[in-house]
Design a protein. Structure first.
Length: 168
């Protein structure tokens, strides 16, 4: 029995907690640190909303007679959801490191709040949230960089859970 066995046996629960934690962290950075999300940040959040919803469905199905059939399928869908997250996070990290250009929304578009609209109506200029600028980093990695690593781990764990044999 490996150290991961208890986690993999209940992977939808852990995947739900991981998705909720990632969304909570993103909203915490926005709310408490004032870091507005760019277009690519919002795409990364979509992946966690999808993963969280799939995991929640897996948790519910775990209490039904469909548990045995649904568990592997749910875990496979979680692989896809976390791959989606990995793709967006890796792309965003590459944009921040200037490996490739970001989308047009990152060079001229913006995410605005009601206060921004009010200020704009009063003549103030609203600054675009740029995807290629790192606004926070820790240990040399931006939020997108950390999300890339975390998503990679979540893909691997989801794949291991999907490949796991259910106990008889």
């Amino acid at each position: 029995m490996s150290v991961l066995s208890p986690i993999l046996a209940r992977w939808p629960w852990f995947a739900f907690i991981a998705a909720a934690a990632m969304l909570g962290a993103a909203h915490g950075f926005e709310t408490f640190m004032g870091l507005k999300p760019c277009e690519l940040c919002l795409k990364q959040r979509e992946a966690y909303w999808i993963a969280g919803s799939v995991a929640l469905a897996g948790i519910v199905l775990g209490f039904t007679p469909l548990k045995a059939r649904a568990t592997r399928l749910v875990n496979l869908v979680l692989v896809a959801a976390f791959l989606y997250s990995l793709g967006w996070a890796g792309y965003h990290a590459g944009v921040e490191w200037h490996f490739w250009p970001g989308p047009k929304a990152c060079s001229g578009g913006t995410t605005v709040s009601a206060a921004d609209i009010d200020a704009m109506l009063k003549g103030a200029k609203v600054k675009a949230v740029m995807c290629d600028q790192v606004v926070w980093s820790w240990l040399g990695l931006s939020m997108a960089g950390w999300n890339t690593l975390i998503s990679l781990v979540l893909v691997a764990l989801s794949a291991m859970a999907a490949a796991r044999r259910s106990p008889a």
